[in-house]
Design a protein around this ligand. Structure first.
Ligand code: FAD
Ligand code: MLT
Ligand code: ZN
Length: 489
């Protein structure tokens, strides 16, 4: 593998032959179902399925299968299991830990053709849909019914709801709507031996035995393929407001968060943090004009969702007046219409993409006790300074060290945009970051998962007992180890 030179292809897995390809073509039929790097009749370029979103991980699959039904997924997996063919489940391929692309020549099973909404109950708000439905498509469908998908994130235009559930994505409104572990009510999945797990429950309460579906939520495609989900969707708030403000210290960001919780209480739907450096790089890379004049070391984005627009914007204006009067916030702006709300959100959601502008990014997605969240960014920047690795010109590998993330969830995204990947930079970062987080009982992966990028570091966040229990589950569900090998645990 290009990205993990120390890894070797496991010889227990078969190599794909024309015999296998013949079987899959017979099963899936049309040309569009099989992209075949083995013959000359490839209908589509295979490269996008091999490379991840960050362009950091790259596999060498010769075969991408696009099943159109749960039965087809079942037949594919049974055949792969019987023939020792390794597979990688793939959704929108927007994951950030290298989990969605092959490491070697594993077969990619992409869910994009399974994209139907199966049902929606307007009274209960329960949506049942195929795993391959794009998150934004699901949310637009729900908007017409005055409901909202309880998850939103910057990759909504290409990630799939099955991929979201497989990674247990957190996103921008977890603070308000909670995690997928609570909102997902049921799952249909296929085990490696072809068994269809039909747990597409629409019940909010069902205490009849172990809650097996939870293993698939955040399972990252290591025990089976999710083919459909049933999910509880809240009523969409008719009134959405947003504000963006500048602050002088991280201490003040915390004060602002406390004030927001107490003054905006039930209408608060997001509280996001961006440091000044991340906003500066966003401006540099995209040319986007920032909402406030002047520079501040920190920015926060607040969103409210309620039922009465006038009442909510009054509350938000009063909140801003209060925190500015108390000198917690230095400057701020409240969006006046939909376009301005979208512009404010773009300053937050646009950060991940812009950080890749200079070459590569070292990404750390961490849970840290909230009071200490930003200290890690400062310490990491000092380390880079001391090592002489950070600077404005091309001779320095590191462009900057920035922090942003989901302040309301105490989830920091520590990012180190670089001009090139460099072993010296890596040595300064690891194990330093992981040890720093472990010392504070945080998590080395708050929401992006383990994939291949974080697999080796699970021990910083989980005990030996917990890892052993996880391995037992993996062996029970996937005894031959064909599901997303080389990753997770
Ligand atoms: P993929 O990337 O295709 O796959 C991810 C993992 O799930 C892989 O291990 C894959 O094997 C597995 N998988 C995919 N589909 C299935 C399935 N049907 N059954 C079983 N396994 C499957 N994450 C957050 O938590 N919060 C954020 O705010 C956030 N913002 C993001 C912003 C940007 C710009 C980007 C690029 C990513 C962001 N992410 C965020 C990362 C996040 O994990 C993904 O965007 C999303 O959840 C993955 O969905 P996907 O369909 O692209 O899955
Ligand atoms: C975000 O919150 O923007 C995402 O998790 C992506 C990232 O961490 O860069
Ligand atoms: Zn995030």
């Amino acid at each position: 593998s290009d990205s993990c030179p120390e890894l070797k292809r496991d010889p227990k897995f078969s190599e794909i032959t024309s015999e296998h390809v013949k079987y899959f073509k017979g099963l899936l039929g049309s040309e569009s179902a099989v992209i075949d790097g083995l013959s000359t009749d490839a209908s589509e370029d295979i490269e996008p399925f091999n490379a991840d979103w960050m362009r950091k991980y790259r596999g060498h699959t010769k075969l991408v299968l696009k099943p159109g039904s749960t039965e087809e997924v079942s037949k594919i997996l049974k055949y792969c299991n019987d023939n020792m063919l390794a597979v990688v489940p793939q959704g929108g391929n927007t994951g950030l830990v290298g989990g969605s692309v092959p490491v070697f020549d594993e077969i990619v099973i992409n869910l994009q053709r399974m994209n139907s909404i199966r049902s929606f109950d307007e009274v209960s708000g329960i949506l049942v849909a195929d795993a391959g439905v794009i998150l934004e498509v699901a949310d637009n469908f729900l908007a017409e019914k005055s409901h909202i998908f309880p998850l939103d994130l910057g990759a909504k235009g290409s990630c799939q709801i099955g991929g979201n559930v497989a990674t247990n994505a957190g996103g921008l409104r977890l603070l308000r709507y909670g995690s997928l572990h609570g909102n997902v009510l049921g799952i249909e999945a296929v085990l490696p031996d072809g068994t269809i797990v039909d747990d597409l429950s629409k019940l909010r309460k069902n205490n009849t035995g172990y809650d097996i579906k939870q293993l698939f939520i955040g399972g990252e495609g290591t025990i089976g393929i999710i083919t459909a989900i049933s999910i509880l969707c809240p009523q969409r708030s008719p009134a959405i407001n947003a504000a963006y403000f500048g602050l002088e210290s991280f201490e003040k960001c915390q004060q602002a968060f406390r004030e927001a919780k107490s003054q905006l209480s039930e209408i608060l739907s997001a509280f996001e943090l961006m440091d000044g450096r991340s906003q500066k790089l966003l401006h540099k890379a995209s040319g986007r004009k920032l909402p406030l004049e002047g520079e501040h070391p920190f920015y926060c984005l607040i969103e409210t969702s309620g039922s009465n627009s006038d009442h909510d914007s009054e509350k938000l204006e009063a909140f801003l007046e209060h925190v500015m009067g108390e000198e917690i916030v230095s400057d701020g702006v409240v969006a006046q219409d939909q376009t301005q709300i979208a512009d404010l959100w773009a300053c937050r959601e646009g950060v991940p993409e812009c950080l890749g502008h200079w070459g590569g990014v070292y990404k750390y997605d961490l849970s840290i006790p909230i009071g200490q969240m930003y200290a890690l960014v400062e310490e990491t920047r000092e380390r880079m300074n001391r090592a002489g690795l950070i600077g404005d010109s091309d001779e320095y590998p590191v462009v900057d060290v920035v922090g942003y993330g989901h302040m309301g969830d105490a989830n920091l995204h520590l990012n180190i945009p670089t001009r090139r990947f460099d072993k010296k930079v890596e040595k300064e970062l690891e194990p330093f970051v992981y040890e720093w987080v472990a010392k504070r009982n945080g998590s080395i992966s708050a929401e992006h998962g383990l994939g291949i990028a974080k697999k080796a570091f699970i021990g910083y966040s989980r005990s030996e007992t917990m890892v052993r229990l996880m391995k037992q589950i993996k062996e029970l569900y996937d005894p031959k180890g064909i599901m997303n090998p080389y990753k997770y645990i």
